[in-house]
Design a binder for this molecule. Sequence first.
Ligand SMILES: NC(=O)C[C@H](N)C(=O)O
Length: 495
Amino acid sequence: MTEIHALSALDLADKLAAGELTSEAVTTHFLDRIDALDTNYNAFLHVDRDGALATAREIDERRSRGETLHRLAGVPIALKDNLVVRGMPTTCASKMLEGWRPPYDATVVAKIKEAGLPILGKTNLDEFAMGSSTENSAFGPTKNPWDTTRIPGGSGGGSAAAVAAGLAPLALGSDTGGSIRQPGAVTGTVGVKPTYGAISRYGLIAMASSLDQIGPVTRTIADAAALQDLISGHDPADSTSLPGPAADLTASIAEGPDLTGVRIGVVKQLGGEGYQAGVLERFTETVEALKAAGATISEVDCPNFDYALAAYYLIMPAEVSSNLARFDGMRYGLRVEPAEGPVTAERVMAASRGAGFGDEVKRRIILGTHALSAGVYDAYYGAALKVRTLVQRDLVAAFGEVDVLISPTAPTTAFKFGEKSEDLMSMYLNDVATIPANLAGIPALSVPCGLASDDQMPVGLQVLAPAFEDARMYRVAAAIESLVDAPVCPALKEN
Ligand SMILES: NC(=O)C[C@H](N)C(=O)O
């Protein structure tokens, strides 16, 4: 039999349903694997052996009593450490929240508990989800299981590395500017940012609320669809949650991967200069395969995408500066009193924030505070909002011509540690292809499309669809998955 950790989540689910495996055995397998291998990767910040095994045993017992369970019941999952789980440490990879145990569950967590998925633990990220390499974690970087001298992407590098290395069959991430898709691309996993509002953000520690979205990290498109089906749906606790029932994504991909007559647009602005040759080669080859499979391919112009990154680096920090104001050393999290002088609220706040936040978080708070200040507000934040509208209009026009858009997910494969940490612009540019979807609120995902010819590291292909058309995006991605030889991470073969 294929090793448990190399099976997809749905294969595991089928074996649990058929009585070939117990959740206790599966969960123990993953926990033991984390114990044995995660010293190499640092994908997990917290492992909840007792909690995960308690859920697993409960599910096994309920199954043995003949109860009807959720399809994914008993299949373990890992959660990015910016999702709150009642009583479980939640740090956002920041010293600011070290030791904090939330008093409530995020809506997605409540759904996961209700469905009976054992929660293995919390995964590493760039501090407060700010970064593209997981190098900004206060608890050390996560390493890419394909090559531990390289980054696993970010901010959700921990979830992506855990799934790539078979330390968890499923994980959740959050995507503000690419934090699910870019780690997916560079670790050879599937990463999905659903339509804004499709998944409740209640209990996701906010980075930039108009951009943040929770989504699945998996090794197959079908697993991602099943997980998105589980966590989506209206939630009155999130004012931006979409009304009405969510589409059944699992059913929509079951129709089969047929590309005949599907109009696919290649975004002109996302490719070419600044993109690694080995990435472009793999992307172009996949486009040819799509054409051969019956899709109509055309180039689509999205001229305002050229300004998306600049707009993001005003809108996102502006929202960050507001959202992170709650970490004031008074209410929860780290409290540092000034070494000398009076202990006033302002001085405690300054000392706590100075000690608790890392450089990148401070940089963004300062940038955002400036962008929102009187005198420059219109020139910076106001202008960025206008660009956001123009990006949305580009997409409306594009989706008038084609059904989906595609691009490389990231301009490069996983880079080496330290390679971009001194050159912020090149770090930020790694999100150049993923940011437009967040600005527009549309769904986008990354599906593996092979290894780059120049460094043999995984390449991701991004599929973008109109808002609310997550099902269409999944159908096309399932077709791409069936055309491409999925790269298997060597770490997955390790026992
Ligand atoms: N949360 C994200 O999507 C992170 C993105 N790479 C950023 O640094 O803003």
